[in-house]
Design a protein around this ligand. Structure first.
Ligand code: ZN
Length: 209
């Protein structure tokens, strides 16, 4: 009887070895399929343990999300304490303190964390509040809104739809044609002058081809 049991044990071990072999070869094939992605993750954070977790992920979309997370973590280290406070702890800069509330130059305001285009200078207006104010977002879906019941008020918080960074609030007392007033912290934004923005866009369309 013991001999019979040993045969089954050997069978079981062989089966496990085959299953393991198939799993490993699948994983190798997957990681070979996206060398660029792996490279990007590794470059963003050399030697990080997270990079191997990302490579082990069998889901392409998931590893893309992890890549964005990595970039955000990296960006946090580059931003000032004030920018981190506003962007990631929903802080508010003092009015009339930011570098963009008076800016009237033509160009694009992008997310300081992920560079998502958020507001165009065409829609900027002087609200008298001391914060940069816009009556429209640059592209539909580029900013997200959330109900905010903090500080004993009901307001609508505005965040970057790409990375979730806090931008400010939106109110319905803005000018025509939308009637909206996006009240945004300068610290959440980076202004790109029109000429430079045009150049960036044409560079991007070249690399797309
Ligand atoms: Zn962003």
């Amino acid at each position: 009887m013991r001999g019979f049991g040993e045969i089954w044990l050997a069978f079981g071990l062989a089966f496990c070895a085959i299953v393991l072999g198939v799993l490993i070869s699948n994983r190798l094939a997957l990681s070979a399929a996206s060398p660029l992605q792996k490279h990007a993750v590794a470059a963003a954070r050399p030697g990080a343990a997270l990079a191997s977790e990302s490579a082990a992920s069998s889901n392409e979309a998931e590893s893309g999300e992890e890549k964005v997370d990595e970039q955000i973590e990296q960006r946090k280290k580059e931003l000032s304490a004030e920018q981190n406070y506003v962007c990631f702890q929903k802080g508010t800069e003092p009015p009339f303190s930011g570098k963009y509330y008076k800016n009237q130059d033509p160009g694009m305001y992008i997310c300081v964390v992920c560079s998502n285009p958020l507001f165009e200078s065409d829609t900027k207006f002087d609200s008298g509040t001391g914060w940069p104010s816009f009556w429209e977002m640059a592209e539909p879906g580029h900013v997200a809104t959330h109900e905010d019941r903090s500080h004993g008020m009901v307001r609508t918080e505005v965040t970057c739809a790409n990375c979730g960074s806090h931008l400010g609030h939106v109110f319905d007392d803005g000018p025509k044609p939308t009637g909206l007033r996006y009240c945004i912290n300068s610290l959440s934004l980076e202004f790109i002058p029109a000429e430079e923005w045009k150049q960036r866009e044409s560079d991007e369309s070249k690399t797309d081809k």
